[in-house]
Design a protein around this ligand. Structure first.
Ligand code: HEC
Ligand code: HEC
Length: 187
């Protein structure tokens, strides 16, 4: 344990992301994000299979207080950039959260239609699986999806380049809810 904390606070040098080291460092995160990156707490995001860069950038946003929520600013402040890269590499390799089977069929269809009309997949991927710095939406907690999209729409959550804020600007609450049910139904 002592070695673990030492390793955590002294890893300043930049090395290639190490998913094995990241697994040990991610023990700090399991209480909320789940042992396998699938959270059991409603409103807390699943991190399993999130693109590595997306996790890394979001941790930087929290550390620099450009994004706030869930106490993540304080947690990210304890991590070095190498810790962030290692942890991101670990979560990116984990199996995706299971698709949710019980969603309302009409809402899933409606959510899929809106997502197509709004070109969400042009950035988030054909199955909304995420890519590069763009987060995975498939299988994500609906509560989390809805809260974040509302925050991006209102500007409470400032996104890194403004593209997501403009994508969210014209969406109604009802459209956001339908897309959350659709995204959660995807594997
Ligand atoms: C006390 C509970 C808690 C702990 C411990 C915790 N998190 Fe979080 N995390 C949250 C919550 C809640 C959110 C959603 C924040 C929001 O509402 O914006 C979040 C959001 C995130 C996000 C953003 C995900 C996305 O899709 O944008 C990342 C990345 C993240 N956490 C990584 C970590 C890492 C890495 C650790 C461990 C070093 C960790 N968290 C520890 C509760 C926690
Ligand atoms: C131009 C590219 C682009 C388009 C189009 C786009 N997004 Fe995004 N989206 C992003 C990026 C980049 C982020 C990360 C924002 C940040 O924190 O800087 C994001 C973040 C999100 C988040 C927060 C996820 C998380 O894990 O925190 C949700 C939810 C979301 N987008 C839903 C949508 C939906 C629904 C659509 C279609 C209406 C859409 N996006 C269209 C690029 C895009």
């Amino acid at each position: 344990m002592a070695f673990f904390f030492l390793a955590l606070t002294t890893s300043y040098a930049t090395a290639a992301p190490d998913a094995v080291a990241g697994q040990a460092k991610a023990q700090l995160c399991a209480a909320c994000h789940g042992e396998n990156g699938v959270s059991a707490i409603p409103g807390t995001p699943h991190l399993a299979a999130q693109p590595q860069l997306s996790i890394f950038y979001q941790l930087l946003q929290f550390r620099d207080q450009r994004r706030k929520g869930g106490g993540m600013e304080a947690i990210a402040a304890t991590l070095s950039e190498q810790d962030m890269r290692d942890i991101a590499a670990h979560y990116a390799k984990l199996p995706a959260p299971p698709a949710h089977a019980g969603g309302d069929a009409a809402q899933i269809t409606r959510g899929q239609q809106i997502a197509q009309q709004q070109y969400c997949s042009s950035c988030h991927g054909a199955q909304l699986q995420g890519q590069k710095h763009v987060p995975r939406l498939s299988g994500q907690s609906s509560e989390y999806f809805i809260a974040q999209l509302r925050n991006l729409r209102s500007g409470v959550r400032a996104d890194m380049d403004g593209t997501m804020a403009s994508a969210a600007r014209s969406l109604t609450d009802e459209e956001i809810e339908a897309m959350a049910v659709y995204a959660r139904s995807l594997p």
